[in-house]
Design a protein around this ligand. Structure first.
Ligand SMILES: [Fe+2]
Length: 534
């Protein structure tokens, strides 16, 4: 289609005497056809289809917001009229409008704009909205053609160093789709939280576990298209969409967003093409999370770790413990990935790293600078030492921090030496709840707690038996509480003098309509590391 042809088309389909609103639509429709043909041309087009027609509702994966800052927020959606089959969009750019309002009814729209959804990013879009007021609720939605997205609620962070009385957040992880329904997300959405923190295993690449209530619709993903379909399956769940719509999210990943037990550039089956797979998985993750554009992967690399300040009350240090870590020590013969070991000199090597040197230096610098009352290290897996062997002797799982004791000691030594105010470590991955003291020497009962750890259970992924939990509590006296059989999340209220953590436990993850109750409540008093059961 050349430009003379386009002009003729415009004259015929949108004559100058047509009413202005009708004419605009007609012009856009012609331009859309032109843009569509340009996709096939060797020169890329920046034109976008502004009045698309969809075969089905295109906002099938909901909306989300994230990365709250005092003056801004990231809004996310993806156009997917056929979500489980590659999205169902034509290979064309599509223009979306977004609106952000001060009220739920969108009478007071404070910001609006447009973004282009491109096939290169699976028609996912993010709007980085700036110029907002701190510590305020906002409502947002997207519009594409005649389709309007569900409405999301979000909240900006308080102004830097503002004296804040209270922050309410919850953290969660591990939501294997087959092993349960997302009732926990429905309850999360009803908690009235300022923030939701997700600590990884948002999807699972593989089918595993007992008593499935539903099934993955495809085998293990390896390609970008396969990972996109896996995210679409998970995000098609209405309860998961509800908790995204209820509050801004801060996210990090663990292993299952790519492959079980991967470490840096190595997969557990030592796949020689693993970095190609990692690049596909990282891109699909970026496409489906409310992350800032700075996280856009470059090949197999993505800069995910970041910090978030909430006035003078709290700073979150959100870590990536997968991308830069040393390979697991003492793996099984011919394998990568985890092992459970008793004797393994390699595990104890001083140069082993969980975060990589750049992230470690960034974290140390952040911990040195923070003036926040509470400092939350948000990361993937249990940080406390966890001896798995009942009775004399010890054994350790090499995929967790126990596989990287020198790196853990460096981090905890930094926290102690820098006199970080009220350090809290929040964790996931192990599908069981653990409340414990983090110490410089876990073998010494007299060694003081220097930080408090809250390790949350899973949204659905199956956990430990109560026998395993009781055994572990006996072997690891720095762990004050353990629970393996309840699924859910931990809700935290930070105040100036206390941190109150409520362990929210589902009746059953096997029922979509499951109720929820508080299994236990723990309190940390400011200036006194270690949680006390209330
Ligand atoms: Fe998990």
């Amino acid at each position: 289609m050349n430009s003379k042809f386009l002009t003729e088309q415009l004259h015929r389909a949108a004559p100058a005497d047509m009413p202005p609103s009708q004419r605009r639509r007609a012009v856009l429709r012609i331009a859309a056809g032109f843009a569509a043909s340009a996709v096939l041309a060797p020169v890329a087009s920046y034109r976008a289809w502004a009045q698309p027609r969809f075969g089905a509702y295109p906002f099938s994966l909901g909306i989300a917001s994230g990365c709250p800052r005092p003056d801004g927020i990231v809004l996310w959606t993806r156009l997917a009229p056929d979500p489980l089959a590659a999205g169902g969009m034509p290979p064309e750019n599509v223009e979306l409008a977004w609106e952000l309002a001060a009220d739920e009814g969108f009478r007071d729209i404070v910001r609006n704009g447009t973004e282009i959804a491109t096939p290169a990013l699976a028609h996912s879009v993010r709007a980085e909205v700036g110029g907002l007021e701190p510590a305020r609720w906002y409502w947002y939605r997207f519009i594409a053609g005649d389709a309007i997205s569900p409405v999301g609620r979000t909240r900006t962070a308080p102004a830097a160093n503002a004296a804040i009385e209270r922050l309410r957040f919850a953290f969660a992880s591990c939501q294997q789709y087959e092993q349960g329904y997302y009732a926990a997300h429905r309850h999360l959405a009803a908690e009235d939280l300022d923030l939701i923190v997700f600590l990884g295993d948002y999807i699972y690449e593989s089918s595993w576990g007992r008593n499935h209530v539903r099934k993955h619709n495809a085998g293990e993903p390896y390609t970008l298209g396969e990972y996109r379909n896996r995210y679409a399956l998970y995000k098609s769940d209405p309860d998961l969409q509800k908790s995204h719509a209820a509050a801004p999210w801060i996210v990090t990943w663990d292993d299952h967003e790519v492959d079980n037990d991967y470490a840096n550039d190595q997969s557990e089956d030592l796949d020689p093409n693993f970095l190609v797979r990692r690049a596909a998985a990282y891109q699909a993750y970026y496409e489906h999370m409310p992350l800032a554009r700075r996280v856009l992967p470059r090949g197999p690399d993505a800069l995910l770790y970041d910090n978030y300040a909430f006035g003078d009350l709290a700073t979150f240090f959100v870590l990536d413990d997968r991308q830069y870590r040393s390979h697991q020590a003492c793996p099984k013969p011919g394998r990568g990935g985890s092992n459970v070991v008793e004797v393994c000199a390699e595990r104890l090597a001083a140069d082993r790293t969980m975060l990589g040197s750049a992230q470690e230096a960034w974290l140390r610098d952040g911990l040195a600078r923070t003036r926040a009352k509470w400092n939350v290290v948000a990361q993937q897996t249990l940080m406390a030492q966890f001896d798995r062997k009942f009775g004399p002797g010890q054994s350790f799982w090499t995929d967790g921090w126990d596989g990287y004791p020198a790196a853990r000691a460096r981090l905890l030594t930094d926290i102690a030496q820098l006199r970080v105010s009220n350090p809290l470590v929040i964790s996931g991955d192990v599908h069981s709840t653990w409340i414990g003291d983090l110490k410089l020497d876990f073998e010494d009962l007299q060694s003081p707690a220097i930080a408090t750890e809250f390790c949350g259970t899973s949204i659905t992924s199956q956990g430990l038996t109560q026998l395993q939990v009781l055994g572990a509590l006996g072997e690891n006296p720095h762990l004050r509480y353990g629970n393996g059989h309840k699924r859910g999340y931990i809700k935290v209220e930070l105040r100036r003098d206390t941190c109150i953590a409520s362990l929210r436990a589902l009746d059953s993850e096997k029922r979509a309509d499951s109720g929820i109750a508080t299994a236990a409540t723990f309190v940390v008093e400011s200036g006194r590391p270690g949680a006390q059961q209330a």
